[in-house]
Write a protein that binds this ligand. Structure first.
Ligand SMILES: Cc1cc2nc3c(=O)[nH]c(=O)nc-3n(C[C@H](O)[C@H](O)[C@H](O)COP(=O)(O)O)c2cc1C
Length: 214
């Protein structure tokens, strides 16, 4: 492993629960793989802009016919895609907002999902053009959305994130959730401890297994 892409999606900085869990996962990976480079992208404090008319026009054109202005309109998209291409592992922390991903993360997906660049179109449907790699998504929510009876709301987050990553070829996506974070300090502590245990058991163990195979 050479590079981890660490993406934070909460605007709440150090107070963010999803960021805390994602950071713990990155630290675990670094303990297992000292010296690995970590590229960081904060979609909470610096969200990518909504797509402009220039962007939408440019993505529809064959690359060699794009004007300088059209290439400029795609510059951030290229940077974000290259960051993802370089990553051997992606660790993401995201809140649930209105049953779905926060708008900064939605904008990131809008910038990286490009026909002819990260997926191709075929009569059989979309074919991903990126190599598969592990993605760990730490999700924080005020209420509950997994766990059968305790869930009192729809979940348009996990299925969406799985679907868009799968479209570009990334199928190895796992979620660790801290739910009910609006239910008081005791609940927060229980959920954060449980997420840390899951990471200790799964991230470290998987890395050690891979190291033995290699
Ligand atoms: C705009 C907004 C929308 C939210 N929507 C939901 C929601 O649909 N379901 C839920 O369980 N919690 C919702 N919450 C609560 C957050 O998911 C919760 O506070 C979470 O801990 C935020 O993640 P963070 O701590 O990483 O910032 C929402 C919070 C905000 C600010």
């Amino acid at each position: 492993m050479n590079q981890i892409l660490h993406i934070e999606c909460s605007a709440r900085g150090d107070a963010s629960f999803s960021s805390r869990v994602a950071r713990y996962a990155v630290e675990s990976l670094l303990r297992e793989n000292p010296g690995v480079h970590v590229a960081r992208r904060n979609l909470g404090s610096e969200p990518p802009p909504h797509l402009s008319a220039g962007f939408v026009d440019a993505i529809l054109l064959p690359p060699h016919t794009r004007t300088t202005a059209q290439r400029d309109a795609l510059a951030l998209s290229e940077t974000l895609i290259e960051e993802l291409e370089l990553a051997d592992v992606v660790v993401m922390g995201t809140p649930m907002h209105n049953y779905a991903v926060p708008s900064g993360l939605k904008a990131w997906f809008d910038h990286i999902m490009r026909a002819g660049r990260t997926f191709s179109l075929s009569p059989q449907g979309k074919i991903g053009l990126l190599r598969d790699r592990p993605v760990l998504v730490a999700v924080s929510s005020g209420g509950f959305f997994t766990g059968g009876g305790a869930a009192r709301q729809p979940d348009y987050l996990t299925g969406y994130v799985r679907a868009v990553f799968a479209t570009i070829g990334i199928r190895n996506v796992e979620f660790v959730t801290v739910e009910g974070m609006g239910r008081g300090r005791d609940r927060e502590a229980i959920m954060l401890a449980s997420a840390r245990r899951w990471i200790d058991a799964n991230i470290g163990a998987r890395e050690r297994r891979q190291a033995r195979v290699m």
